[in-house]
Design a protein around this ligand. Structure first.
Ligand SMILES: [Fe+2]
Length: 273
């Protein structure tokens, strides 16, 4: 049977690539160390497959078709389409159709209706963390896109339930594979709106604190706070999927730092079996 070997989370702001060389040295060093530590822990966990939970930044979907959740079931997916991601070393990333189809079937059998795609473009939300973590070889990547970009957005509690469902799908998959979850996005940021660039450090720190508390407290805090937080903060939904899969047992914080130059409260966390 398949095994869940860890859940991990990292921010993915585009400026982590575009402004990388201009970041203050101390912040760059901390970000590099945090990504590196995540990469080290993922390497130690030896996953065959990473279910990567991230939003789509208009790379696959647009206003004519916005799935709330889309599972990538293809044998392969495309690397990032953004021109500024062209140095990312993978133009194509292997998927895992058998596991992804089992995940989708388990979802449907349990009252969850995802969209499916046999070919996705894995944009910066997927690829910046993979790149910065410096994994020598990439495990197979099963993408799970959660709409955390364009309202209406899924309930925070539903994202947590998706995580529980994902855990169930892993534990009921007949092949003997090791599966990790990597959630990307957040923490607080505000893009293309009047509060552009605002980082809400108190919200981020409270959110991090609540990851170690009973899940209900975190869920109700976020349901209350996210609607008035910066729009990018909604990406914390992806973390909730990983948190739910980990049984709501709390991420260990690897690092958190607000980085004004990349407009994001950058968070890195891990949960390991
Ligand atoms: Fe994003």
């Amino acid at each position: 049977m398949a095994e869940l070997v860890g859940a991990f989370a990292a921010s993915h702001g585009p400026l982590l690539v575009r402004e990388w060389e201009t970041l203050p040295q101390d912040q760059k060093a901390r970000l590099q160390a945090a990504f590196g530590e995540l990469g080290r822990r993922i390497s130690v966990a030896k996953p065959d497959v990473i279910v990567e939970v991230a939003p789509d930044h208009w790379s696959n979907f647009f206003l004519d078709n916005i799935p709330t959740v889309c599972i990538g079931v293809g044998e392969t997916n495309d690397g990032p389409p953004e021109p500024w991601m062209k140095a990312f070393p993978h133009r194509e990333l292997a998927g895992d159709t058998d596991f992804a189809m089992h995940f989708a079937s388990t979802a449907l059998q349990n009252g969850f209706e995802p969209s499916l795609s046999h070919r996705l473009k894995l944009d910066h939300g997927f690829c910046i963390p993979l790149w910065r973590m410096g994994l020598e070889t990439l495990p197979r990547i099963v993408p799970m896109i959660v709409n955390s970009i364009e309202p209406p957005l899924p309930l925070i509690s539903r994202c947590f339930e998706w995580g529980r469902l994902l855990k169930k799908a892993i534990h009921s998959f007949e092949k003997d594979i090791r599966v990790a979850i990597l959630a990307t996005g957040g923490l607080s940021h505000s893009i293309g709106e009047p509060t552009m660039g605002a980082i809400d450090e108190p919200l981020d720190r409270e959110c991090i604190r609540l990851f170690a508390s009973p899940a209900d407290e975190l869920l109700s805090y976020l349901e209350k706070e996210l609607p008035t937080a910066g729009n990018g903060t909604a990406e914390i939904r992806n973390w909730l999927v990983a948190h739910g899969a980990a049984g709501g047992r709390g991420f260990e914080l690897i690092d958190y730092l607000p980085v004004p130059k990349v407009l994001v409260g950058c968070g890195f966390a891990a949960w390991q079996v």
